[in-house]
Design a protein around this ligand. Structure first.
Ligand SMILES: *[C@@H]1O[C@H](CO)[C@@H](O)[C@H](O)[C@H]1NC(C)=O
Ligand SMILES: *[C@@H]1O[C@H](CO)[C@@H](O)[C@H](O)[C@H]1NC(C)=O
Length: 227
């Protein structure tokens, strides 16, 4: 009798395991880049969702090392900030690990990391120098969450939400941020809207922003440096 019950138990466990395994395999993989258009003939392209993997026997410690985050980014640009991002393009060992790191420098008073989103990552930021006014906005209805951060303060920007950081002190500021993707992607709102190539039809922007067409023309003529 005990033996029969044990066998039944094993069968139930095995069936449960198979069910769980099939559920896990039923999910689509998360996109690791903006898109990955499929092709029928593999000879026509070599991209995958992410990067190819090196033979583990050929890997070495350098694949897991990046140097240089002690160096400030140059903030002499129209927004007064500079993001040095260590993603899978710059640290090959990050591939498939779902994480990356950034150093952000801000020019004294007014250095701005302008409103942007990371389509594939939540961001956790720590201030190591200076004082930052930070915030994010929810999806509709748009609600703003802001805080003034000092050295040692940590703030989290949830995945996909528009966020920003402004240096509100007279010294330069420095922050580091961890991001939950090997390739978080950055959409800078002003750049995407007014600086796309080719330009968005001004009629679209005039109505969307409820402004004069001259203002849209003016904005579309500006240089929108990428950060
Ligand atoms: C950020 O700083 C680096 C290093 O100084 C520089 O090469 C790069 O052009 C800067 N980017 C911007 C947007 O100013
Ligand atoms: C920073 O960038 C500005 C503008 O491109 C340039 O004039 C300046 O020499 C750069 N500073 C450093 C330290 O590279």
């Amino acid at each position: 009798m005990m033996r029969g019950a044990d066998q039944l138990h094993s069968v139930v466990l095995a069936v449960t395991f198979l069910l769980l395994a099939s559920i896990a395999a039923a999910f689509d993989p998360s996109p690791l880049q903006d898109f990955c258009v499929s092709i029928d003939d593999p000879k026509l392209g070599v991209f995958v969702n992410g990067k190819f993997c090196k033979d583990p026997m050929q890997a070495n410690a350098d694949d897991f090392t990046f140097r240089g985050l002690n160096m400030p980014g140059n903030t002499s640009n129209p927004v007064g900030s500079n993001v040095t991002l260590v993603n899978v393009d710059r640290l090959k060992g990050l591939n498939t690990l779902g994480i990356s790191l950034a150093r952000i420098d801000y020019a004294p008073y007014g250095g701005l990391n302008p409103p942007h989103t990371h389509p594939r990552a939540t961001e956790i930021l720590v201030v190591v120098k200076g004082t930052l006014h930070v915030g994010f906005v929810t999806s509709n209805p748009p609600k703003l969450f802001t805080k003034t951060l000092h050295v040692g303060d940590v703030f989290v920007f949830p995945i996909g939400l528009i966020h920003f950081q402004l240096n509100v002190a007279n010294t330069n500021a420095i922050a580091f941020a961890g991001l939950s993707s090997q390739n978080p992607g950055t959409i800078t709102i002003a750049n995407a809207v007014f600086g796309s190539d080719p330009a968005i039809n001004p009629d679209v922007l005039t109505k969307a922003f409820q402004v004069d067409k001259n203002l849209v023309d003016y904005l579309q003529k500006q240089l929108w440096p990428q950060n």
